[in-house]
Design a protein. Structure first.
Length: 159
């Protein structure tokens, strides 16, 4: 059963322990099985955390805060999570946020008025917040991307 779980996708020790508990496997047997799987390196929370961070930061563009929460839900201790998160630089995180905002803005033209730009700013900053970015960082990045894209309100002064 444990091998089948690992065949589907990598799992943390806690995830496997939960699966064994669902199957009413006695705790002492589950511990022995998981210890043996760790011994032969089929279960390794450090490798799992590193892989999880790489995968989720690339595919979902999640920020460190969201990744830290996901790792905790999977039973990864804070020290292991910090080690895995160290592979992401602040520049990588910011670049991912910019890419998300730019992708959402594709095809957008200038805004008719300030209210429309503000609404778009709030929508995009909320999207980043759901992905674990800090609100101040999210609003700053959205503003910078909007300014760089030239999606002004149309009422800016002409130089």
């Amino acid at each position: 059963m444990v091998l089948r779980q690992l065949t589907n996708s990598p799992k943390s020790r806690l995830q496997l322990a939960r699966k064994l508990a669902e199957r009413n496997v006695p705790d002492d047997v589950a511990e022995a099985v998981l210890d043996r799987f760790e011994e032969v390196k089929l279960v390794d929370d450090v490798d799992f955390a590193d892989m999880w961070v790489r995968s989720r930061s690339q595919s979902r563009k999640l920020a460190k805060g969201a990744l830290r929460r996901e790792l905790a839900e999977k039973g990864i201790d804070a020290e292991t999570a910090a080690g895995a998160l160290a592979q992401l630089s602040d520049e990588d995180e910011e670049s991912a946020a910019r890419e998300l905002v730019q992708r959402k803005l594709r095809g957008a033209a200038g805004f008719r008025d300030r209210a429309e730009r503000d609404k778009t700013t709030r929508r995009l900053a909320s999207m980043l917040a759901r992905k674990g970015y800090q609100p101040s960082q999210a609003f700053r990045i959205v503003g910078e991307v909007l300014d760089a894209a030239g999606t002004g309100t149309g009422d800016e002064p002409v130089s």
